[in-house]
Write a protein that binds this ligand. Structure first.
Ligand SMILES: Nc1ncnc2c1ncn2[C@@H]1O[C@H](COP(=O)(O)OP(=O)(O)O)[C@@H](O)[C@H]1O
Ligand SMILES: [Mg+2]
Length: 201
């Protein structure tokens, strides 16, 4: 079923394209208008701010906790009855070391708080934690899609692979705009959106 949207689009392919175009433009603004500095690092509130920022022109559910259970592959993300409790626990998880930060990221993926757009919003959220606490970010250009997605699938039972993969891709270039912008394009590519390049929108 196609998601109900504010654009009144009923064609899935058209919605995918418009979702990509509009939300990528917002991802660019998030950086260029420095709104990214308003994000409360490492909290659900911060993640919700990012999600709302990206998707508010497209979906009513932007920034809001989902109201349905969702699964991918054969993994059921946090059941609704535990979701709010789980998000409070994640807020309190430590984020001082690389391992702690990735463990927190993995837990946020297990929570999967939104109806759609979790992957793209949570990768921005992850980079902000790494930037603040380790003075590093991930250069997503060094994380291949065919490695990343299986590692995320496995992360719900074993996080060694995702830690290894992301650690290899860390960079000190935390204020490099090109790395951020390219990272958005790659993050969208992981999820099957590659119609537009962020710099050309
Ligand atoms: N089988 C799975 N088990 C655990 N996590 C998964 C699985 N499949 C995908 N994911 C994670 O979910 C993300 C996609 O979630 P989704 O809400 O669709 O975000 P987006 O709309 O940005 O693609 C992926 O980037 C990955 O991190
Ligand atoms: Mg998706």
């Amino acid at each position: 079923m196609i998601l109900k949207n504010k654009l009144n689009i009923t064609d899935q392919i058209e919605l995918d394209k418009e979702e990509e175009r509009i939300s990528k433009l917002k991802a660019k603004k998030l950086y260029d208008l420095s709104d990214i500095n308003k994000v409360k690092i490492g909290t659900f509130e911060g993640l919700s701010y990012i999600h709302k920022y990206l998707f508010e022109d497209i979906y009513d559910f932007a920034g809001k906790i989902r109201k349905v259970n969702i699964a991918k592959g054969n993994f059921l993300f946090a059941p609704l009855i535990y979701l709010e409790h789980s998000l409070k626990n994640i807020d309190n998880m430590p984020q001082n070391t690389f391992n702690e930060i990735i463990e927190k990221y993995v837990e946020m993926n297990v929570a999967h708080p939104f109806r759609e757009g979790n992957g793209r919003a949570t990768r921005i959220w992850l980079d902000l934690i790494l930037k603040k606490n380790l003075k590093k970010v991930i250069n997503w250009n060094f994380v291949a899609k065919e490695d990343y997605l299986p590692a995320m699938e496995k992360s719900v039972i074993e996080d060694v692979e995702i830690k290894y993969l992301l650690k290899k891709a860390l960079t000190d270039e935390i204020d490099n705009r090109t790395i951020y912008m390219k990272g958005i394009d790659i993050s969208y590519y992981y999820e099957g959106y590659s119609e537009y390049s962020i710099e050309k929108i």
